[in-house]
Design a protein. Structure first.
Lengths: 246, 375, 383
């Protein structure tokens, strides 16, 4: 998912982890030394004589390093974020590229008070013409507050734009855009249900998916962990178990 | 729309509660209609009866487990839902899916579109008041399609067959032949339904000029799929933002002129014909053998931190997955942008001012899946 | 007065009528139960299904099983329902529809009560059922039931008019309002040949009167979820269902007698009563088959379309039929002229029925936006 133009920097980042630096002498038998419970695996491998000649074993990648986050890339000059800033008359907090299905699109961060102005400009400005609100989602970034992400799309210009805004836990309020984009109506209600973000100015901000009286508990916030579930997959699974080729 | 009332008479609007257990709400959906005689004055839709916190659950599942949950969300277009999810993860991980896997995905997804639209045609006929005939015409065809799905995936409903990077396993040896057989059945079933409903005078009278939505309205309300195309917006993700290998097929996107219920019906019927054509082309181009997972498939699905919004054209419209990852093997946040949810949000503005019987037709024409609405 | 006094003059006749009515009620109850079997089999055939197969040969015991099930089901009455209206409604619908059989001549000799105005009696008594629908709709204290009851009342009253007007045309031709005399009139040519327009109007209106699809809006499953029946269960519900089938029988018999010549045409009166009964049942079955056929293939009409169809299309055409008949009688025109004019008008009615539905300019077909493959050549070469 590395954006174009970032290849050298990203590849220089890869393999920085100390485990990877200490090159594993037997990669076929100890594929992931970085796993938390690598020791039992190593013991087992030691107890069991090599079942097959090493040559027959499928070649595995030497190291599965944790993929690194690509650094944020500023949009090329002349992108729609500049148009948006002038059209809305606001200062964008940040602008960068995010991956799309094919290629990338511009994401802008704005302060929450600027959201109606930005959205109106995005909808009405003929250079942007982002008439279609694709999706509106909330994201809980814990210490960094709550984020609302708007996905916009233009049928005429064939470009998309993400608008993001952050609010704090103490004052989770974002101006509603349901009058600008009617599509946002139910999305905002849902986001209020799940994250407790109040969309000021929404005409009917009553619970949509949750019961009518469930107004003090926001399930998708990270401080609501799921009940203790047994983890069957992922980090807690001893590496290689249950795959049948060991 | 405001109805005119005689000030001399005191006319009281009657609230009538349709659902959550009503034959034509297609699941557990409830709408409170305010009616004046037979005319609808106001509609308040209530959803959430099927809400299971799917997005929260998927935050606790790793990327492979999440595929199974997609089936349970969009239970009439499972492959589309799986595809949208897999595409999001693949985009974040920068995986290249092998050609054969892509073609099989397209074939199955389009067959799924057929089966979903058969379900629509059958249920819509019942909404219109046909005594089950449309249903019994549509369901044998759906059954044939499901038989193939079962042969391929081992399950009739919860397929969980797509994997991040490709497919779970190779299709059976007679897959191509079976698909060809089923396409013959589907074409026949499509003709049956077409003959039964499309030119039926009463059906036309019931469907035409109700629930009209202009293109501007449809865009503003975030409609997608056949609902949007019926309003005259020639927009299909398979055409405009082609994912998978959809840019390798010739097909046509039907677009309506009036934006009414009848156009939505016609578009779905036409889409089924196009799907059959796409499947035939895909079978022609399908590589006879080859890998179904990438060569350099990582043993564990770990995405780099980042975010992506992937979208596929499901039978109901744009099925989007907004995936935010902080690294690791689980999504940090996963939002399912379900087309049923967005389309249903326009229900109020479509039904107000129409007759009570039209509300049923309009709801039927949305072709919602309530699990998908509530997630 | 003649209508009421005729059967009540001698006690013997009255007793015989009562016994006959009881007998016909029992026979028709079973007969109607088998109408459901017939319906299920026919509709199943049309819907690529099998219908009942498990209970007895060809599922012939299915009606018995259904009846038993319905009889032992719990009979519920909502707490807020009006008890009198709720209970009375069943009988207000049930009794008139069975009373209609009192004036139905099944064969030349088999007639419970010879009424000189039996056609009028049949139409009047079958028009009573809307009171029961209103009672049931109001008494159930359910909004769907209320909607259904109101729809039923509006529909039954509206379609009564074209029905009766079509019958008036028949009465003008035959110069009798006795079904028996009307049957005797058709010894050579059934009335359908003379009155095709009246027949079409009768057929349409009778479907509406028995509330069969596509005119089943009072009970529309997908809209008002059963309408007036919604709060009824068990035996009461089965009485409603029974009544709707009995109504179907009555109108099928009426159509068979009035337009298809009953037991008279084509073999005359002299054949045995068994053959006459067979002929009657055969012609009745034709009508019932038609009702089922329509049911399996047509969507339901909307309430405004239903009303405008009755008042704007059917009633003017029924009046036209009466006008044509009047001309025929006054100027003593040859029968061919009447038949030809009626056929022409019937054609016009059929055309108008389509034209009214398709009012406005013809719809544009869907636009097809082509998507051209961009990478087919690459894909081909790759494979």
């Amino acid at each position: 998912m590395l954006p174009e133009g970032q290849e050298p920097e990203a590849s220089s980042d890869a393999g920085v982890t100390p485990e990877a630096a200490a090159a594993d002498p037997t990669p076929a038998e100890k594929p992931d030394a970085a796993a938390p419970i690598a020791a039992p695996a190593a013991d087992e491998a030691a107890e069991k004589p090599v079942a097959k000649p090493a040559a027959e074993r499928p070649a595995r990648p030497a190291k599965e390093v944790e993929p690194k986050e690509a650094p944020r890339v500023a949009p090329p000059p002349g992108s729609i974020n500049e148009v948006l800033a002038t059209a809305a008359g606001v200062t964008l907090t940040a602008a960068y590229m995010v991956p799309e299905m094919k290629g990338e699109c511009v994401a802008v961060e704005v302060s929450r008070d600027d959201v109606p102005a930005v959205m109106t400009a995005a909808r009405d400005d003929s250079r942007l013409d982002l008439k279609y609100l694709r999706c509106l989602s909330g994201v809980d970034w814990q210490e960094e507050g709550l984020e609302v992400v708007y996905h916009l799309w233009s049928f005429t210009k064939h470009h998309s734009l993400q608008v993001k805004t952050r609010v704090t836990y103490d004052d989770p309020m974002v101006p509603s855009i349901a009058t600008i984009y009617p599509a946002a109506d139910w999305h905002e209600r849902e986001t209020r249900d799940m994250f407790g973000i109040n969309f000021a100015g929404h005409w009917n901000l009553v619970p949509l998916l949750l019961p009518e009286d469930m107004t003090d508990h926001f399930p998708l916030r990270k401080d609501n962990p799921l009940q203790e579930i047994e983890e069957w997959q992922g980090d807690n699974l001893r590496d290689g178990a249950g795959e049948g080729d060991e | 729309m405001v109805l005119e009332r005689d000030p001399a008479l005191e006319v009281v609007d009657m609230p009538i509660n349709m659902g959550p257990q009503h034959p034509s709400t297609h699941g557990v959906f409830r709408m409170v209609l305010m009616i004046n005689g037979e005319k609808i004055v106001d509609v308040v839709p209530h959803i959430g009866y099927m809400h299971r916190g799917g997005e929260k659950l998927m935050e606790a599942m790793d990327f492979r487990q999440g595929i199974g949950y997609c089936d349970r969300t969009e239970y009439l277009a499972q492959f589309s839902a799986e595809l949208g999810y897999c595409l999001a993860v693949e985009r974040l991980m920068d995986l290249q899916v092998p050609d054969r896997a892509e073609y099989i995905r397209v074939i199955l997804t389009e067959m799924n579109r057929l089966s979903s639209h058969f379900m629509f045609a059958g249920a819509f006929g019942i909404d219109a008041g046909v005594f089950g005939t449309s249903f019994t015409y549509a369901f044998p065809q759906r059954e044939f399609l499901q038989e193939v799905f079962e042969e391929v995936t081992g399950d009739r409903l919860m397929y969980a067959y797509f994997r991040v990077g490709g497919l779970a396993w190779e299709v059976p040896d007679n897959f191509v032949q079976r698909v060809h057989e089923v396409l013959v059945h589907s074409a026949q079933g499509l003709k049956d339904i077409d003959d039964l409903l499309t030119k039926n005078e009463i059906f036309m009278a019931r469907c035409q000029n109700i629930g009209n939505f202009s293109a501007d309205q449809a865009i503003a309300y975030g409609l997608s799929g056949p609902m949007l195309r019926a309003s005259g917006v020639p927009w299909d993700l398979r055409k405009d933002e082609p994912y998978s290998v959809y840019d390798r097929f010739n097909f046509e996107i039907p677009v309506g002129n009036y934006g009414d219920v009848y156009d939505r019906y016609l578009i779905r019927i036409e889409e089924m014909r196009q799907s059959i054509s796409i499947i035939e082309q895909a079978l022609e181009q399908l590589p006879p053998d080859g890998p179904i997972v990438p060569e350099k498939m990582p043993r564990r699905l770990r995405t780099p931190p980042g975010e992506v919004y992937s979208k596929v054209e499901s039978p109901r419209g744009e099925w989007g997955v907004y995936l935010v990852s902080k690294g690791g093997d689980k999504p940090y946040r996963l939002k399912m942008r379900s087309p049923s949810f967005c389309n249903l949000s326009a229900l109020r503005d479509m039904t107000v001012g129409q007759y009570l019987a039209d509300a049923v037709m309009i709801l039927g024409s949305m072709d919602i899946v309530l699990c998908d609405v509530d997630r | 007065m003649m209508l009421l006094s005729a059967p009540a003059i001698d006690m013997h006749g009255a007793l015989a009528s009562i016994i006959g009515l009881i007998a016909i009620t029992l026979v028709m109850t079973v007969g109607v139960a088998y109408a459901t079997w017939y319906e299920r089999k026919i509709v199943a055939r049309m819907q690529l299904r099998l219908g009942p197969t498990r209970t007895g040969p060809f599922g012939l015991l299915q009606p018995i099983a259904d009846m038993l099930k319905l009889l032992v089901k719990e009979d519920l009455r909502p707490a807020t329902a009006d008890p009198i209206a709720f209970e009375l409604a069943v009988f207000a619908i049930f009794v008139p529809s069975f009373l209609a059989f009192a004036a139905v001549p099944f064969t030349a000799d088999w007639l419970i009560s010879p009424l000189p105005l039996s056609l009028l009696f049949l139409l009047a008594i079958s028009g009573l059922s809307f009171i029961g629908f209103l009672l049931a709709g109001w008494g159930s204290d359910n909004k769907y039931a209320l909607l259904g009851g109101m729809r039923a009342a509006a529909q039954l009253i509206s379609y009564e008019i074209p029905l009766i007007l079509a019958m008036i045309g028949v009465v003008m031709i035959t110069a009798s309002a006795d079904v028996y005399q009307i049957i005797l009139f058709q010894d050579r040519i059934p009335l359908i040949a003379w009155q095709p327009l009246g027949f079409i109007i009768f057929l349409t209106a009778s479907i509406a009167e028995v509330e069969r699809p596509p005119f089943d809006i009072p009970t529309g499953e997908s809209e008002v979820a059963g309408g007036v029946f919604i709060e009824y269960s068990g035996i009461r519900w089965s009485m409603f269902q029974l009544t709707s089938y009995v109504n179907m029988y009555v109108f099928a018999l009426l159509g068979a007698f009035v337009f298809l010549g009953g037991w008279e045409w084509p073999f005359g009166t002299d054949i045995g009563w068994g053959y006459q009964l067979l002929l009657t049942v055969l012609k009745m079955s034709l009508f019932i088959f038609f009702y089922l056929w329509i049911r399996a293939s047509f969507p339901r009409m909307r309430v405004d379309q239903l009303m405008s169809y009755a008042w704007k299309v059917l009633i003017p055409f029924a009046l036209l039929q009466i006008f044509l008949n009047g001309l025929f009688i006054v100027y003593d025109a040859p029968g061919v002229v009447l038949a030809a004019s009626s056929w022409l008008a019937a054609g016009a009615l059929m055309y108008l029925a389509f034209a009214v539905v398709r009012r406005g300019e013809p719809r544009k077909p869907l636009q097809m936006v082509p998507v051209r493959a961009r990478a087919v050549a690459a894909a081909r070469s790759a494979t």
